[in-house]
Design a binder for this molecule. Structure first.
Ligand code: UT7
Length: 324
């Protein structure tokens, strides 16, 4: 028996930051951002709003869609690199706020691949007999963004997406997941300070070492190659072809990356799910956010073959093939 996605949900904060707003903050332009990234606006949390606040809304919507009660959840897996606090896990904060008293809870740290990693772990538990797993990707990327660095601040946004996983059938549900990592390239995208290596200090803050640093151009090339490979691996493992795929939902990092991967895989524009123009790169939240939009807009229908592919810091890359 496969595990099945019983319901999806998502949430983004109300505050909109447009490219025009960014023009007033750093030396950039709407034209550059749209041409180089495809992003037009992104959502940011209000002061005091944290990762668990976004996750709570997304999780409640997913539970409602799945018709599953919080008290019936066995496990909560929260994919995030921007949790409320270093300790305890944001999944535990969410467990309390949802009233999911029976659930075990932990965070999964795999950056932009976090949701697919968490989905893979959840899938293994369901296949092993567990009844319901809540999988969330939620990020407050604005909390680790240097708002004076034009190389990165135009890219990121805040948001959350969630799915409820339960018992499916042998034909439908999560057909397979594929996870990869290459820690040799860990300095391509990283936050150097604020952890145990360089604990939070005035020096870390003054030197902006608690914010994301990225070798954008080099990352770009690896992202295209890795997501293509992960997508190919998923269809190969299931004895289907790329032509059989109805909807391709890649991590929403950059429109040029998405289109390059789409072209390499031979997908039409209609098969590619894009919402990065509205939300920017929301890291672990990006795939479940796009998945929920595809479900709500009925672009995903019963029986469809849905391919997820992600890439991010670590470096990590991953894919999943789901029969809806
Ligand atoms: O989610 C995790 C995975 N992340 C990714 O996959 C991100 C991958 N990388 C990218 O999306 C792109 O590399 C970026 C959007 C970050 C940058 O685009 P690029 O085409 O690779 O630009 P570049 O870094 O080669 O920079 C081109 C020029 C530079 O100027 P010079 O040196 O040629 O004079 C930059 O300083 O563009 C300049 N630039 C900007 N100009 C205006 C960089 N950022 C900006 C900006 N506005 N915001």
């Amino acid at each position: 028996m496969n595990s099945a996605i019983l319901g999806t949900g998502s949430y983004v904060p109300n505050r909109v930051l447009t490219n025009a707003d960014l023009e007033r903050m750093v030396d950039t332009s709407d034209t550059w951002i749209v041409e180089r990234t495809g992003i037009r606006e992104r959502r940011l949390v209000e002061p005091g709003q944290a990762c668990s606040d976004l996750a709570l809304e997304a999780a409640q919507r997913a539970l409602l869609a799945a018709n599953v009660k919080a008290g019936d959840i066995d496990l909560i897996l929260m994919a995030t690199c921007t949790g409320d606090t270093p300790l305890p896990s944001t999944a535990c904060l969410l467990q309390h706020r949802l009233g999911a008293t029976r659930a075990a809870a932990c965070d999964i740290s795999a950056a932009c691949c976090g949701f697919v990693y968490a989905l893979s772990i959840a899938d293994a538990y369901i296949k092993n007999g567990m009844r319901y797993v809540l999988v969330i990707g939620a990020e407050v990327m604005s909390s680790i963004t240097d708002w004076t660095d034009r190389n990165t601040c135009v890219l990121f946004g805040d948001g959350a997406g969630a799915v409820v996983l339960g018992q499916g059938s042998s034909e439908t549900g999560v057909l397979s997941t594929h996870l990869h990592a290459n820690g040799r390239l860990s300095d391509m995208i990283h936050v150097p300070g604020g952890g145990s290596k360089e604990p939070a200090s005035k020096d870390v803050l003054d030197n902006k070492r608690c914010f994301v640093k990225m070798k954008g151009n080099e990352t770009f090339k690896i992202a295209v190659k890795s997501m293509e490979e992960a997508a190919q691996e998923a269809v190969r493992a299931n004895g289907v072809t790329l032509d059989d795929v109805d909807m391709f939902i890649p991590h929403q990092a950059n429109m040029r990356i998405l289109n390059a991967v789409r072209q390499r895989l031979g997908f039409s524009q209609e098969k590619l799910m894009i919402n990065l123009d509205k939300f920017g790169n929301t890291s672990a939240a990006s795939i479940p956010l796009a998945l929920d939009e595809a479900v709500l807009s009925q672009r995903i229908q019963k029986g469809h073959l849905v391919l997820l592919a992600a890439f991010g810091a670590g470096l990590t890359w991953a894919s999943a093939l789901v029969r809806w």
